[in-house]
Ligand binder design. Structure first.
Ligand code: FES
Ligand code: FES
Length: 911
């Protein structure tokens, strides 16, 4: 029996003293506010206070807390009243997905106990052990520096919710730790599932009998193998179901699941890997693009004998003609690495059987696709699957593919017992999708005045062992190849190539971040060659309304790149001047300024992309938005209500939300491709307008009528007339018991691309320009990003605080992509060896929001999720080059690569 004070109360726990405190808090004491992201002391999500000092609860054993004082996030607001620190987090929008938030709050609380007025450096020091993958840390630091009693901001007046800095409607649960992520809720009688995965990137295998294993471990209830999977293939595309749920005799990447053990948790976790009766026959893996394309290379899938999954093409004009007319030409070749999503919440959830149906509670970005895929695997009608999304502790594209869902569903179905699973950090990193490594060669040419004439690109993407989102990347890349510039002659080709790497999938940008590195390097080269300022070169060539893109699409509105660049002019010129002065002092530290631009098509590429939303009003006068758009931290829960409230003409405070449950919402599509604000936002607007129309019709009022909600009634006023609709007298309809419902639907107008890639792939595009100031240590090769100014055309900022948060977070991921992130299977499969930016890596960030309204968007909005990341790496790499002359050909720009590039540049100059 271990005794200690927990959140001010004496507590006794009868458990082995060697157990992790995080596990005891969560599993035995139900305090799931303490999150677990790694179980290794790397992420800090489990930060608690031990005698007032921050510690990682996953590194503290139960025995160590005997007689001591433990404070968890639940202890900060014991009576439901938020602490000043928590209020500040809420006010500043410091929580996005919220999985890191309890750890951040506890680390900050520890600091504030000893230091009431910390400096920014002290705050950053105190938060240095807690990783956040969403926020870019800036708003968290602001929140900790601003813990002052402040009145709650007034809710926006009716009709002014769009554009208001409304705090997240689901924010309090994230800040108090009461939010339920995938591992936080499960039925008491759940069994535990653990997948056994391949240690080899390529191997055959045979399974022997499991009888002896089951005899040795009576708590083992089930061993799932490929033979148990009715249709053992899944995948994003209806015609490419190439990934097995459980491999059958052959594995194609390290981390592929071959079987699953199900039973009580102690038993399942206690079975050693070498007890599994499996015989491996390892084969030499093909891990690089070059090797996979070589004549005679092993074939990954018989359906693709050349290992090429798919090719993409955009052809406009005649590249050779454009090149021949040019005064100046430039070419580049870049390579990028595998990049891991590194969301702090590993995949987790449970499934249970409900009669002839299966219910799955798990983290996801795409409940309806999960429903259909699990139904496909189980050979069920989709109506027999219910997906109830948990809160999603970060996704960034990595939770668009199935992970544990089919495994827990199959096990729960077979055993008729609820089954849960939580991936370990290494398992999550090994088994799930990555950003595609790219090998890009590109050239561009312009006339003497700097006008672009031609652009050519050959881009190969390592798509790993299975297709996943490879076709999406291959199709999106050529469309975006030129960057946001008008070019008359274009030839852009892409290929997605199978290897024995992890499946490469969706990751914030679908290949465009890699391509942007190439086109922005070329813009710098051309500008330099004709002696033009790099920003002005881009401004001259920027796509504007009225221009035609490389796919022949005429942009009619909302193409705000030129405005973004104009907004950067002053900071750009000032920074160039500052850097010149500083560099004159000599020494190993050199400063540079770089600029990166981007455009990004919002939503699917030339594919239907519909979203539907419903809003209902109950007899009591309560409004509910039933939204199938999963909020993965980006804030769609809040902005959907803001949009719907203004469309309906009622206050945001009158709404409650039902999100993602496939039994209770309409299909709003996946949370990806930066589409929710534009596509689902339009659907939420249309749903609000539909309900408003019904109320106006019932009261016989005109468009301009004002609505007010009372208890059980709606009051309508227009030109001195008043009318009341008594909701209590209306008959409830449907399972939710609403008396009236409005529905809305939107599908962006696009067309298919023809065989030369001509058409209208997207209804609208986001545009942006970012500039970075970077200091390079020319002796060590290390780079420190000092400042970023980011100007983004978002059409309309539905919630400016959230837009800023997305930009901060995108910049953090872009910085990681540029300077440090490189996933190597078998080497960097944890958050110790795989580096993501910490609070100390983030520079000062200035955000400039440009609103070039999109006529098709809800109140003019487009999207910001992916655009936020894309220009960052090009801006940083441009700054390194400006500082040192070094061209970085391989990302990330680690110190060795920077030093090698500086040396190569020096040799070039000598020659
Ligand atoms: S879970 Fe404890 S540090 Fe990551
Ligand atoms: S808000 Fe920090 S990890 Fe998502």
């Amino acid at each position: 029996m271990i005794r200690f004070a927990l959140n001010g109360r004496s507590t006794e726990v009868a458990a082995p003293s060697g157990r992790r405190l995080s596990d005891v808090l969560r599993e035995d004491l139900g305090l799931t506010g303490t999150k677990v992201g790694c179980n290794a002391g790397d992420c800090g999500a489990c930060t608690i206070l031990l005698d007032g000092e921050q510690v990682c609860a996953c590194l503290v054993s139960l025995g160590q807390v005997e007689g001591r004082e433990v404070t968890t996030v639940e202890g900060l607001s014991p009576d439901g009243m938020l602490s000043g620190l928590q209020q500040s987090f809420h006010r500043h929008g410091a929580a996005q997905c919220g999985i890191c938030t309890p750890g951040m709050v506890m680390a900050a609380a520890s600091l504030l106990r000893r230091n009431h007025r910390p400096s920014q450096a002290e705050v950053e020091d105190a938060l240095g052990g807690v990783l956040c993958r969403c926020t870019g840390y800036r708003k968290i630091v602001e929140a900790v520096l601003d813990v002052t009693p402040a009145p709650a901001p007034k809710p926006p007046r009716v009709g002014t919710a769009v554009g208001a800095r409304l705090s997240k409607l689901d924010g309090l649960a994230k800040i108090t730790g009461s939010e339920r992520f995938g591992a936080d809720a499960f039925p008491a009688d759940c069994l535990w599932l653990r997948a056994i995965r391949s240690p080899h990137a390529s191997a055959g295998f045979t399974l022997d009998s499991f009888k002896a294993l089951r005899r040795r471990h009576p708590g083992l209830a089930l061993v799932l193998t490929a033979a148990d999977v009715p249709d053992n293939g899944f995948g994003i595309y209806p015609d490419i179901k190439d990934q097995p749920v459980l491999a059958q005799g052959l594995v194609r990447y390290r981390g592929e699941a071959v079987l699953a053990l199900v039973g009580d948790r102690v038993t399942v976790e206690g079975i050693a890997d070498n007890e599994i009766p499996i015989t491996w026959d390892p084969r030499p893996p093909v891990t690089e693009i070059e090797a996979a394309l070589a004549p005679g290379a092993p074939v990954l899938h018989a359906s693709h004998p050349d290992n090429v999954l798919i090719r993409g093409l955009v052809k406009k004009g005649a590249l050779e003609t454009g090149l021949a007319q040019a005064a100046v030409r430039a070419s580049t070749a870049i390579e990028t690495s595998w990049v891991e999503h590194a969301y702090i919440e590993p995949e987790a959830g449970y499934a249970r059987r409900a009669g002839e149906r299966i219910e799955i509670f798990a983290c996801t970005q795409t409940p309806y696709m999960d429903r259909d895929e699990v139904a496909h695997v189980m050979r069920f009608d989709p109506a027999r699957i219910r997906i109830i999304p948990s809160a999603c502790g970060g996704g960034f594209g990595g939770k668009l593919d199935l992970s544990l869902q089919p495994l827990i569903a199959l096990a729960a179905w077979k055993l008729d017992r609820p089954v849960r699973c939580t991936y370990s950090r290494p398992e999550s990193m090994r088994s799930t999708t990555k950003r595609h490594p790219a090998r890009i060669r590109a050239e561009a040419a312009c006339d003497q005045e700097g006008r672009l004439l031609a652009f050519g690109m050959e881009a190969d993407f390592n798509t790993g062992a299975y297709a996943s989102w490879g076709p999406t990347v291959a199709n999106r890349v050529p469309v975006h190849a030129t960057g946001p510039y008008k070019v008359p002659h274009v030839l852009a080709r892409s290929r997605a190539i199978f290897t024995n790497g992890p499946p490469a999938g969706a990751f914030r940008g679908f290949g465009v971040p890699q391509v942007a590195v190439a086109h922005e390097a070329l813009m710098d080269d051309l500008a330099e060659a004709i002696g033009m300022d790099r920003l002005e070169f881009r401004h001259l060539n920027a796509l504007r309304a009225g221009d035609e893109t490389a796919t022949g699409q005429r942009l009619t509105a909302s193409a705000g790149l030129a405005r973004c660049l104009e907004a950067l002019r002053r900071p750009w010129r000032r920074a160039l001047g500052d850097v010149e002065t500083i560099n004159r002092t000599g020494g190993a530290l050199k400063r540079g300024v770089g600029i990166g631009c981007m455009w990004y098509g919002i939503g699917n590429t030339s594919l239907p992309n519909p979203s539907a939303m419903r809003v209902g009003i109950s007899r009591e006068g309560k409004l509910t938005l039933y939204s199938g758009a999963v909020d993965i931290g980006q804030g769609s829960n809040t902005i959907m209500v803001q949009i719907c409230a203004d469309a309906l003409g009622l206050p945001v405070g009158a709404f409650r939300l039902v999100t993602g449950d496939t039994d209770r919402t309409l299909d709003a599509g996946k949370t990806s491709a930066s589409r929710q604000a534009f596509v689902s936002g339009n659907a939420a607007k249309a749903a609000g307008e539909d309900l408003r129309r019904q109320l106006l019709r019932m009261a016989n009022m005109g468009e301009g009528a004002k609505l007010e909600l009372g208890e059980g009634r709606v009051l309508l006023k227009e030109a001195g007339r008043r009318k009341t609709i008594e909701l209590g007298k209306l008959e409830p309809a449907g399972p939710e018991g609403d008396v009236l419902t409005g529905e809305g639907r939107f599908d962006p107008p696009t067309t298919a691309l023809d065989k030369e890639g001509q058409g209208v792939p997207y209804a609208t595009y986001g545009f942006a320009a970012q500039m970075a100031e970077v200091e390079v240590d020319c002796e060590l090769g290390s780079c420190k990003v000092l400042r970023i100014v980011a100007a983004h055309d978002v059409g309309k900022a539905i919630n400016p605080t959230q837009v800023e948060g997305q930009i901060h977070g995108g910049i953090a991921q872009g910085l990681g992509f540029a300077l440090m992130e490189e996933y190597v299977p078998g080497v960097s499969e944890n958050l110790h060896d795989y580096l993501i930016p910490t609070v100390g890596d983030l520079p000062e960030i200035e955000v400039i929001i440009v609103e070039d309204a999109e006529p098709l968007g809800p109140y003019g909005a487009k999207g910001i999720g992916e655009p936020a990341l894309i220009p960052t790496a090009p801006a940083i790499l441009g700054a390194i080059r400006h500082a040192t002359g070094a061209r970085i050909a391989r990302l990330p720009a680690t110190p060795e690569r920077v030093l090698a590039a500086i040396a190569a540049e020096g040799e070039g100059r000598t020659k």
